[in-house]
Design a protein. Structure first.
Lengths: 205, 206
């Protein structure tokens, strides 16, 4: 009888997905699988939902849109709700279109988002695990993988504490950017389509 | 000499009011202070979230502006990029004044902080004390003070439509509100005429 009661209390903990650090072998296998998946990916489109979580807010701030990627490194982040805003990363330049107002430089977020974009592009191209820039740790949660990136650069640490990339079937399914005060931005990717034809004009500023 | 100075200062004050208040307006003065309460940003249960569009000299950029009443006398004002990274983060209190929680290093300069303090302290302030009121048909003009700066408040048919700060009798800051029945202004424009700086705020719609 006592054993049954113990099971009753312990079962929820067993059922909740636990985060487990990957072994060295698992890390090697994971990286190899990601790189293989990346090598086979020439393009990617995905819907995304972004939520901004700040401690003083009543509820997170939500926005959404579409991400397009084409090898070797063209990326379009296009927000459609609740505002029209797009950023193109192309040829080492950043092009912004804010509801029709165009700008080719954005000093406030470009460095930060450039780093994030390199991570996401890198995860697609297989070139993301930059240990010169980040302290990287690898974890498993149920059928997903979680990789944590802690910046080494002091300047970056002032506005970014940590980035988490969640992988499902060897592609990024979620990004979480955590600020030094523990506020964070989460981006969920849905309806991913790999290797569809994307016209180059999509990435024209 | 003293009378000359007083006359000069009085003339100066009258001229500065006149540039905001149309001629022919009727003045009503009281000896006891009256309080005007701004209807905006007053509900602590709400997040006031705006898409911010900024034109600064020849450049345009934007972000998301969040205003939150975090206590009966304090507002939190945070601007982020569209991607969610904080640009600045202030607390503005009627009693404790202006507190900087965070600002991007590139913006952490005295003149920029002073400008942001003036703009957002005025924008979120809920309580103004005044002695003089001018009326003209369906408009009212109140003269008050905030952080040692003279502020002119315009009401149209009883609704708050503008704040104005003059410096040396010239427009320094105009804040325009599109008419709104509630506590969430439908559109806000902060216009610094002398600095070619305009901040347009459009509320997020669910």
């Amino acid at each position: 009888m006592k054993f049954k009661w113990m099971l009753f209390f312990l079962l929820p903990f067993a059922l909740r997905a636990q985060e487990i650090k990957m072994s060295e072998t698992e890390i090697k296998v994971f990286k190899t699988e990601v790189m293989k998946s990346s090598a086979n990916t020439q393009s990617l489109t995905s819907d995304f939902i972004q939520t901004k979580h700040m401690s003083f807010l009543s509820k997170p701030i939500e926005s959404s849109g579409k991400l397009s990627f084409k090898k070797p490194g063209s990326v379009l982040w296009k927000y459609t709700k609740p505002f029209d805003y797009s950023v193109i990363f192309k040829d080492d330049k950043i092009y912004i279109n804010d509801a029709g107002k165009k700008n080719s430089v954005n000093t406030g977020n470009s460095k930060m988002f450039d780093k994030l974009n390199k991570l996401i592009v890198g995860s697609i191209s297989g070139d993301m695990f930059d240990e010169k820039e980040f302290i990287i740790s690898y974890h498993k949660i149920s059928d997903k993988s979680l990789v944590r990136f802690v910046p080494k650069d002091a300047a970056m640490k002032r506005y970014l504490k940590q980035i988490e990339l969640h992988f499902y079937e060897n592609t990024v399914s979620e990004v979480k950017m955590i600020e030094p005060n523990d506020d964070y931005t989460r981006i969920l990717f849905k309806n991913k389509v790999l290797n569809a034809k994307i016209d180059n004009s999509v990435f024209n500023p | 000499m003293q009378r000359l100075i007083i006359a000069f200062l009085t003339l100066n004050l009258m001229l500065s009011c006149r540039s905001v208040v149309p001629s022919g307006s009727q003045k009503i003065s009281t000896k006891t202070a009256i309080f005007f309460y701004s209807p905006y940003f007053t509900d602590a249960a709400k997040d006031y979230v705006f898409k911010a569009s900024i034109d600064a000299y020849s450049r345009s950029f934007g972000g998301i502006l969040i205003i939150k009443k975090i206590s009966p006398i304090t507002h939190r004002v945070v601007m982020t990029t569209e991607f969610g990274n904080r640009v600045f983060d202030f607390e503005i209190s009627e009693e404790q004044g202006f507190k900087k929680n965070y600002i991007l290093e590139a913006l952490d300069k005295k003149p920029i902080l002073a400008l942001l303090k003036t703009d957002f302290s005025l924008l979120v302030n809920n309580k103004f004390k005044y002695f003089d009121k001018y009326t003209n048909i369906d408009k009212e003009y109140l003269t008050t003070e905030l952080n040692k700066q003279k502020v002119h408040i315009t009401l149209e048919k009883g609704q708050l439509t503008a704040y104005r700060i003059l410096k040396n009798r010239r427009p320094y800051l105009n804040i325009h509100f599109d008419a709104s029945a509630g506590d969430f202004p439908t559109k806000v424009l902060l216009d610094h005429s002398t600095r070619k700086l305009r901040i347009k705020l459009t509320p997020f719609t669910d």
